[in-house]
Write a protein that binds this ligand. Structure first.
Ligand code: GRF
Length: 205
């Protein structure tokens, strides 16, 4: 079975939805470790309650380069056997850009959830970006992580209607509900080896 490492920075609700799906035996993957770059991330408590190992690699005040920081992550992932051979790394609200070295080492084995329909509204505050733009629909995307910002091949997307009365808060809530549905689904597809990547396109079997 594959080993899963989830990287978080805060609330951890996507992490929770994945871990709960695993517990319900919906995903054949071993939840090996949760890594946070912040010691006060709320998600750490949730992971502990669910009986999953947690590690903190504090990024605040870290003096080294991005590559050096990611080396620490790779070391912990390796300790928990989340390797480029039999591991999957999920970024779930992990508020750091990962280094090209990390991406290269775990090629097509790092995935992320983004709260917009990529390639629209990459980066931060995507829900606000969608509202400010006047988009009539938005949503969320699970995608492979490459060296760019939210640019890797898309695995699954879900669409959410933007209502005239939507605020950043209400739109975020609607999108989050879909995130919690499609992220475990994407992890399940990966664990079952159902995703093939060919250039920018993924094929789901
Ligand atoms: C989610 O909206 C996710 O799409 C984005 O950051 C947020 C993280 O929320 N990347 P949570 O920590 O999973 O609750």
């Amino acid at each position: 079975m594959l080993n899963l490492g989830i990287l978080i920075s805060g609330r951890g609700s996507n992490m929770e939805s994945i871990l709960k799906s695993i517990k319900k035996k919906k995903i054949p993957i071993n939840p090996a470790v949760i890594i946070s770059n912040k010691s006060d991330a709320k998600g750490l408590g949730i992971a502990k309650k669910l009986g999953v190992a947690v590690e903190v690699i504090e990024s605040k005040g870290f003096k080294g380069s991005r590559t050096e920081y990611d080396k620490k992550i790779i070391k912990v992932l390796t300790k928990y056997k989340v390797t480029p051979k039999n591991g999957l790394v999920c970024l779930a609200g992990f508020m750091r850009i990962v280094s090209p070295e990390f991406v290269k080492k775990y090629r097509n084995r790092i995935i992320n959830i983004h709260p917009a329909l990529l390639p629209a509204f990459p980066g931060l505050n995507s829900q606000k970006q969608a509202l400010d733009y006047g988009a009539k629909v938005s949503g969320c995307s699970v995608h492979f992580v490459d060296a760019g910002m939210d640019t890797g091949p898309v695995i699954i997307q879900a669409v959410v209607k933007v209502d005239e009365k939507d605020t950043e808060k209400t739109l975020s809530k609607k999108i989050l509900k879909e995130e919690h549905r499609i992220y475990p689904e994407a992890v399940s597809l990966f664990a079952r080896k159902k995703i093939k990547v060919s250039g920018r396109r993924t094929k789901i079997s």
